[in-house]
Design a protein around this ligand. Structure first.
Ligand SMILES: *[C@@H]1O[C@H](CO)[C@@H](O)[C@H](O)[C@H]1NC(C)=O
Length: 622
């Protein structure tokens, strides 16, 4: 070791020690009620310290390195349970070795390969296999088709694609374009399904299960990309978020920080091509040496049955998923904790009421973002809690936001302004060496759009989360709205999440989605709600009318109601409002029953063509 190196190392050790001592000292000042906080923070810091060591010693232990270690330590332990079959750590290790053997000569370190597969064990074999060859892997969303898919493919620069046997047909229309681009396509089948497509399963069977040289996967820099994960928007093409080893390792620490151990059984019904399932779920399982029950697709009716059968202790969720679960009968179970995001307060309470004291831990953080909040206490409605230490680690701010111009408010010198405690503001996260933002692959423009510059001083840069949040007196951070999920009517801002929650309180409403529609002759957008009526109930216009009259200010009351059999869901179960907004409220073009808020009748009345005409022509005031 050189002199400079050893000096740096000792300096680092001192540095680390000082930080920990400081932490211990200050944490002893916490009162008992904050014990949870202290414990949680200790874990965050301990995990952070490990990453810091990687950074300084340029020897990174990646998620796949951790997997290899666990496969040596506990080869017989169940790693994955899928459709009733158990796969041990050892088995998955061998299978991924076979993948690495097949492609050992075809790819080199730093190449990117694309993966288009549904949730299945070989998703992991292929992912780990390529990582063992030093490649980055791009997870393609299995719901996107043709032009979008081609776009995804091109922006991550992959030259090789592995496709699941069940998804080959979705490539039909772009196969010629792929082949034109010189991209090799491999399919998870025993035989080549068509000319120009290679089969992988037979090749894997013939390949050796011995590991390839460990040097091939060695990583010297935490900031080299290991994955590309596509994030979807309501409009425009998907964006490829660059996931570095640093982010993958941070996400893998999630369960551990929440206090999970190797004896936990984690239930993952979310798609693996998203960061929640792959980075937090699989990465977290590996970190703990735990077991993951992987579902091909989420099913509300199978959920509790699965949890009982496999003694599940932790499950991953997104908000909508919990809402579906609330319509399921209560069952015995051993579930202790849910980890996820987007749980609304009303659903959260109902979930507790039905299924008992399950700790629901919200994780706030986007795939590409450089900020993360964790609600380790399980306080209803909060995504996390900030405190002195957290602010040391994450430099974030809430600034005043102008909903009309859809941009932050700037003062006379052109800088943003902090909000008061309790006030809602736009969440920004400082981009610095501690919390870097790696942007999107192949598009400087998209990356730049997420960055806000000259925020508090000239030359600074912040990641714009696009989320409106508020911090309360007790430092709990609550999600209020997504920029764009708010519309204006009669000069007032209407938060769709708020109206949705209020509608959800009506006994015959199972589910509602609120949005704004344009009414000719009026500024802004009028409130409209697509509503699913509970199976055993009927729509009651008078009851709904008196409810919204009581609970909502006049500008926020939905003017139009549209009854739906179902609400269209995107792959992440998020409600796809875009199409609803586009289709407006014309009874001639919408086949579902429509209702109109009629103040003279004190009820929601059927929206007939003549009512529609009188609104559009301006005869009837809205
Ligand atoms: C679940 O736990 C029970 C009681 O500890 C045990 O008998 C059973 O074998 C476990 N089931 C599985 C699938 O591990």
């Amino acid at each position: 070791m050189t002199n400079a190196n050893s000096k740096r190392e000792s300096h680092f050790k001192v540095n680390c020690l000082v930080r920990l001592l400081l932490l211990l000292l200050l944490s002893s000042c916490f009162n008992l009620a904050r014990q949870w906080d202290a414990l949680f923070l200790m874990r965050v810091i301990r995990y952070g310290a490990r990453l810091e060591i990687y950074r300084r010693t340029s020897r990174v232990v990646t998620v796949v390195d951790r997997f290899v270690q666990q496969a040596q330590r506990i080869p017989e332990k169940a790693f994955l349970i899928y459709e009733g079959v158990t796969y041990t750590y050892g088995e998955l290790e061998e299978r991924s070795n076979r993948v690495a053997r097949v492609f050992g000569d075809a790819v080199k370190e730093g190449d990117t390969v694309a993966l288009l597969m549904s949730n299945e064990p070989d998703f992991l074999s292929v992912w780990f296999g390529f990582c063992k060859l030093g490649c980055a892997v791009a997870f393609l969303n299995t719901n996107i088709r043709s032009r979008s898919l081609l776009h995804c493919f091109r922006c991550c620069g992959a030259e090789l694609l592995v496709v699941g046997a069940d998804l080959l047909e979705t490539l039909e229309d772009i196969l010629p374009s792929l082949q034109e681009d010189g991209i090799t396509v491999w399919c998870m089948t025993q035989e080549s399904p068509r000319p120009g497509v290679h089969s992988l399963l037979d090749q894997m069977e013939e390949a050796s299960q011995e590991p390839v040289a460990a040097e091939r996967r060695s990583v010297r820099c935490l900031r080299s990309p290991t994955l590309y994960i596509f994030t979807s928007g309501t409009t425009g093409l998907p964006k490829a978020a660059v996931i570095t080893h640093l982010q993958a390792l941070k996400a893998a620490g999630g369960f551990w920080v929440y206090g999970a151990t190797g004896s936990d059984v984690i239930y993952t019904p979310l798609p693996l091509y998203h960061s929640a399932a792959s980075l937090v779920g699989i990465g977290g399982t590996i970190e703990l040496g735990a077991t993951c029950v992987l579902k091909k697709k989420f099913s509300a009716s199978q959920f509790w049955h699965d949890c009982r059968k496999h003694n599940v202790t932790i499950f991953q969720y997104i908000g909508e998923l919990c809402r579906y679960l609330c319509n399921q009968p209560t069952k015995d179970h051993r579930v202790l904790m849910g980890v996820g995001n987007g749980l609304r307060q009303d659903v959260w309470r109902e979930f507790h009421r039905r299924f008992g004291d399950i700790r629901m831990c919200e994780i706030y953080g986007s795939t590409e973002g450089n900020l993360c909040f964790m609600n380790h206490i399980g306080k209803i409605g909060a995504v996390g809690r900030s405190n002195f230490f957290y602010k040391l680690i994450f430099k974030y701010d809430l600034v005043k936001y102008d909903l009309v111009r859809e941009e932050p408010v700037r003062d006379h010198s052109g800088f943003c302004q902090h909000v008061q405690k309790g006030e809602t503001g736009l969440l920004l996260s400082k981009i610095c060496s501690q919390s870097p933002f790696f942007g999107y692959a192949g598009s400087k423009q998209l990356t730049e759009k997420k960055i806000l510059r000259d925020v508090f001083v000239t030359g600074d840069a912040y990641f714009n989360t696009g989320d409106l949040m508020a911090e309360d007196e007790d430092d709990f951070i609550c999600f209020r709205d997504r920029v764009g999920d708010t519309f204006r009517w009669k000069g007032e801002n209407v938060a769709t999440t708020e109206v949705t929650e209020i509608l959800g309180l009506v006994d015959f409403i199972q589910e509602a989605s609120v949005y704004g529609v344009q009414v000719p002759g009026n500024e802004g957008r009028a409130g409209m709600a697509a509503v699913i009526v509970r199976p055993e109930c009927t729509f009651d216009g008078k009851k709904l009318f008196s409810h919204v009259l009581r609970e909502l200010p006049s500008y926020a009351r939905p003017l139009f109601i549209r009854l739906q059999e179902s609400l269209e869901m995107t792959s992440t179960f998020k409600q796809q409002k875009f199409a609803l907004v586009e289709s407006g409220f014309d009874p001639c073009s919408i086949s579902q029953p429509l209702f109109f808020l009629d103040c003279s009748e004190k009820s929601y009345v059927p929206l007939t063509s003549s009512v529609y005409d009188s609104i559009v022509s301006g005869q009837r005031n809205v």
